[in-house]
Structures are given as structure tokens and as C-alpha cells.
Design a protein around this ligand. Sequence first.
Ligand SMILES: Nc1ncnc2c1ncn2[C@@H]1O[C@H](COP(=O)(O)OP(=O)(O)OP(=O)(O)O)[C@@H](O)[C@H]1O
Length: 236
Amino acid sequence: MTQGQNSRAEQGLAARRLTCLRGERVVFADLDFSATPGSALILLGPNGSGKSSLLRLLAGLSRPFSGVLTWNGQDIAQDPDAHRARLRYAGHQDAVKPTLTALENLSVWAGLDGLPDPEERAEQALVALAMDHVADMPGRYLSAGQKKRVNLARLALAPAAVAPLWLLDEPATALDRDSIDRLAVLIAAHRRAGGLVVLSTHSDLNVPEAVSLNLADFGATADQEEREHEAVGAQG
Ligand SMILES: Nc1ncnc2c1ncn2[C@@H]1O[C@H](COP(=O)(O)OP(=O)(O)OP(=O)(O)O)[C@@H](O)[C@H]1O
């Protein structure tokens, strides 16, 4: 089947028999899920169960040990540039440049994303996170929560048609209650516009009708660990 012939059921993001190794340890094995445009998937599980690792795989920042990740039915590994262009990943690392103001940081990102009117978009994105009052403050003077909000404002730069896939690793960490509520509004608007959100959170973030995926259910059995170790040994 060619990409153009994919059925509607394949729209969005899907994982088939995904197995993730970090170091030589199986973090999760044989993970299956699918998420359609407009939906939200919340990754649950105790510390170390692989939520960040899965988000990194979905972002194309690392490769699965085995299994396939697809977007609209096509393996994301076949066209990494197209996948990078369609996603926005907010991880633990802070991307705010200390010497640029909050507004300049966002304008630069909008420019790098190839969006028209980068400064106007940056201003609107700051308003969405109630950060317009610190628009002219250099990144190095922003508090931890303010930096987090500038990072999250990046999500608001591009329309869902351009960057439909949001991958958010603990997006509510360091945010105050009002900012968590604004983030929830941003996520809801993105979904209404046809976007798709995968996120991990230990916080009380309101994401209506989200599907939960508990990575603890996909922890490797002793048999799987042994098979993966044999396979790693054979590869090395
Ligand atoms: N660079 C690395 N090399 C080897 N192992 C790693 C590396 N990074 C993470 N791990 C291991 O991978 C496993 C999954 O880690 P991950 O950060 O994905 O978990 P998590 O569910 O996001 O945890 P948390 O809730 O604490 O954020 C852990 O056992 C961790 O020690």
C-alpha cells in the first residue's frame, strides 16, 4: 500500500511491538498503541519506567531496538526530516538562550521553523502563556517557571496544520497553578485544530478524554530480557 492509499484508521501516530533499550537494559518491550488527530495520550508509570525514553523515540532523537513507529501509516524512520518538521518536543532541557530576551528567543525559533511574521507570532505566543510582561527580559534573568513558560510558548508558534505532533515531557513541572491551566487551554486548542499530543505528567494537568498508557504494563519479562541480551550480543 502506498502512503496515499492509507486508510483513515492509520491517520496519526502508531507504535507496533516497540522495544526500547537503554544501556543494555530493556526499558519496555512489545509496546503497541495508536493515537488519532485530535487525541491525547498520557504516559504513566513509576520513575524509570521509560516515559522520557518513549518520548525521545517518538521525537526521532533515538531509535527503537525493535518495532516500528508510524505517522499516517508511514515508518517515521523513512523520512526523518519530515517527521522533525511535524513535531514539537518539549523535554527536560531548557532551550532558552540566556543573552536573548524572551521575545527574541521565540522570534528566533519562529524564524528557524520557517514561519511567516516571526516577531508577531512570538508576541502572540508570549500572550498565550501570560508572559508578555517579561518579553524584553533576557533569558538569564527569567525564573525556572518563566523559562519553562517560554519553552512552552514555542508550541503556540506554529498552527496544528504545520506541526501537529506535540511531545511533552513533564510540561507542568515548575509551573504555578495558573500556568498549568493555561497549558491545558493550549493543549485543548491544539487538539481542536486537529493536533495530537503525547505527554508525561505527575501533575494535575486537565486533559479531557485523554487515553492513558501505563508503561509499567510493558516492562520486560525475564525471558524478553534474556532474548534482547542475546540479540545485542549477536549484533555487537
Ligand atoms: N543515557 C542512558 N543510558 C542508560 N540508561 C539510561 C539512560 N537514560 C535513561 N536510562 C535508563 O532508562 C530507564 C528509563 O528512563 P526514563 O528517563 O525514560 O524513565 P521515566 O519513566 O521518564 O522516569 P521519570 O518518571 O523519573 O522521569 C531508567 O532505568 C534509566 O536509568
